[in-house]
Structures are given as C-alpha cells and as structure tokens.
Design a protein around this ligand. Structure first.
Ligand code: SMG
Ligand code: MG
Length: 378
C-alpha cells in the first residue's frame, strides 16, 4: 500500500462541563483529525484500490500536559512526518513507527498517523482493530475522571451523578490544596466499596511525601503521576514512603521507559495512553512488558471523540488491562459526538467489532464542528 494523501481536519468540540486539572482548564477541545488515504490495498474485505482510515490527535491546545500541542502536531506532520511517509513505496501500520523513529519525541503526532494508516489497512482487509491488537473481551469496564471543582459540595454532586450512571470507579484530580478534603468527602459519602483513585498530573514534589502518605487511610486504588515527568527516581522513593500504589502516566513514553520505571520500582501500575507513546503498537508492547512483570495496566483518556475512543476501547480489551480505564461514555464529554455515541451499559462500553476501528464520523455532525480542512497530497 502507498500513502497517497492525508486530510488534516480541525474540529472544535465544546465539553459538557469545563474539566479542571492541576495544570489548567479544558472547556472546548480544539482537535486535529487525520484521514489517511492509501492506494493499492487488497484483501477479503475490500477490493483492490483505495482505502481510508481515521486517527484523532490528542494533543491539547497548550503544552501543559506534556511538551506537545496541537499546532505543533500539524507542523511536524506536514513538515517532517508526512513527506517521509509519502516518499516510501510501501506503507502499512507496522511500517509507520520505524519510518518515523529518527524524529525525536512528538509521540502524539506519530500516533495519529500510525492509527489512521492501521485503520485504513485493517478496513481494506476486513479485520478489526481489537482483534488485530489481541483483544480478548467484547466489552470493557469503565471509570470516569472527575476534575477539580470549586467546592467539595459541587464535587460530591458530580460524583453522585457518575456513580448513578454506573461508572465502576472514580478518579479524582488532585493538586496541593485539593487533595485530602475532597478524597475524604467522597470516601465518606460513597463508602468503602467504591473504587477511587487520584491523579495529580505532576503537581507535587518528593518533599510532599509525608503529606501524600495521609491519603493512605482512604484505601485508594492508586495515585497517578504525583511527581514531575522526568522524576522517575522520585517516584521510586515515594513508592517506599506511601502505601497507595504509584501509577505512572506522563513519565511513560515508550516500552523502554516502562521497563526502566518497573525495574527502578517507580510504579506498580501503568496508565497506558497510546498517543503518549507513539501509537497502539507501542502501547501493546508496554502492555506486554507490564504483563511479563506482573504490573497492572489500564487505558487512559485525553477527552477523545468517538474516533479516539473506539481505538482506546479496543486496546482496553487486551487481557492485561485489569483495571477500569478512563474510557467513559460519549455523553460524559460531549452533548453530540462526531460518531455514533459510546453508551455506558452496566458500567461497560462495547468494543467495536467492525473492520478497522469500527466506526466513522457522521458526515453532518463532523461538518457542524469543522473549523478547517487541509488536503496534503503525497
Ligand atoms: O478522557 O476521560 C478522559 C480524561 C482522563 O484525566 C484524564 N486525562 O492525566 O490522565 C490524565 C488526563 C489528561 C488529560 S487532561 C485534559
Ligand atoms: Mg493522568
């Protein structure tokens, strides 16, 4: 197959409610979607000819979660990544990562093009993304990530709604000044059976270890990324000082960094976000490294539309994903999704079973939120 062209489409998606973390507030997502067109495909599910696939770039507008941001993603794709892929006679999903390996970092940009090419390849062959990755389940248990609120009362009201909707675990965003009180309040209100975890998005330092140890009494499932991205040794030290299991998110950018973090004792659980590690194939390698070391993994989220969600849910169906993911239903994020919505049923989402990621944007919904499109010819 040859990559003949790519459509870069920007969409603007207002969230149902602002989502506040230790690094900022998201109110409207400015998202880059990528549609890859490949020629020369043939297979049982498609006639020889053209095939197209979709990917969603999860980079935020500002470089606050990590170094990446959406305008930079457009730039690095157009300036470096796409020309390199266009120059190759043969491109398929497995070839994208190696072809782009010389470019440092830019994991989210690598992930979006790899996912779109993989989707096109699998659609042409009539194979599902989930099956291709090695999924063993057809539905996955879902958690929900709850942002920082203006008051504990408002937080309890939000959590109440999510628990009533059936989410099987609650993740509370924390930061200095918003940690012990909200966690205590949620634990007291909803009881010991509710699965609760926290995520600090790097807001603390190792100096805060004694303070963070005060969360031990609440029986949390895990504490996600309390310290800076580069502070892997700090996480290893912290893990010895607190009882709550340490989970890494931002620090894990590859299977190699995952192996190092595990060896150093920096985490006993990993949040796998495919876009943070360059794509679903590297995500699967992290899953495999973790499984070989007895480390539990779960699938993270970046406020995706149905396009990104479809692929995440497929990944979350692999056997090592033993904890509920941040793979919430469409209506937790958007009033109207650009695909058929993902609907929570008994705390689970169904894994799409059709060819490729199994879902495509609805033309009218997509048009309604599009702010610009650009065709990049190979
Ligand atoms: O997609 O439900 C979701 C969001 C999950 O909390 C979430 N993501 O650090 O894990 C994380 C954050 C990063 C994105 S915040 C805008
Ligand atoms: Mg996180």
């Amino acid at each position: 197959m040859k990559l003949t062209g790519v459509e870069l489409r920007r969409i603007s998606m207002p969230l149902v409610a602002p989502f506040r973390t230790s690094f900022g507030v998201e109110s409207t997502r400015d998202i880059l979607l990528l549609r890859a067109v490949l020629s020369g495909s043939s297979g049982p599910g498609g006639s020889a000819g053209e095939s197209e696939g979709w990917g969603e770039c999860v980079a935020l507008s500002d470089p606050l979660y990590s170094a990446e941001y959406v305008d930079a993603s457009v730039d690095v794709l157009k300036r470096f990544m796409l020309p390199r892929l266009f120059s190759r006679e043969h491109v398929d999903g497995a070839a994208v990562g190696p072809a782009l390996a010389a470019f440092k970092g830019h994991w989210m940009s690598k992930a979006v093009i790899e996912t779109a090419v993989l989707d096109a390849e699998l659609r042409a062959a009539g194979r599902s993304f989930a099956r291709e990755l090695g999924a063993t389940r057809d539905r996955v248990p879902c958690g929900v990530s709850v942002g920082i609120h203006d008051s504990v009362g408002a937080l309890l009201e939000s959590v109440e709604g999510y628990v009533a909707a059936g989410y099987v675990r609650i993740k509370l965003k924390i930061q200095p000044g918003w940690d012990l009180a909200p966690v205590r309040a949620v634990r007291e209100r909803f009881g010991d059976d509710l699965l609760i975890q926290v995520d600090a998005n790097t807001a603390y330092t190792l100096q805060d270890a004694r303070h963070l140890a005060r969360l031990d009494e609440f029986g949390l499932l895990l504490m996600e990324q309390p310290l800076p991205e580069e502070d892997v040794l700090g996480h290893a030290a912290l893990a010895k000082l607190i009882q709550t299991p340490v989970c890494l998110d931002e620090s894990i950018t590859s299977a190699r960094t995952a192996a190092a973090a595990i060896t150093l004792g920096a985490c006993s659980i990993i949040n796998i976000k495919p876009a943070r590690v360059g794509g679903y194939l590297e995500a699967r390698r992290i899953h495999d490294v973790a499984a070989a070391n007895g480390i539990a993994v779960w699938c993270g989220g970046m406020l995706e539309t149905g396009i990104g969600r479809a692929a995440n849910v497929a990944l979350a169906a692999l056997p090592g994903f033993t904890l509920p993911g941040d793979t919430s239903a469409s209506d937790r994020y958007y009033k109207t999704d650009i695909t058929e919505p993902f609907v929570l049923s008994g705390g689970h989402l169904d894994v799409p079973a059709g060819p490729g990621i199994g879902i495509t944007p609805l033309p009218s919904e997509l048009a309604a939120v599009t702010t610009g499109t650009e065709w990049v010819a190979g």
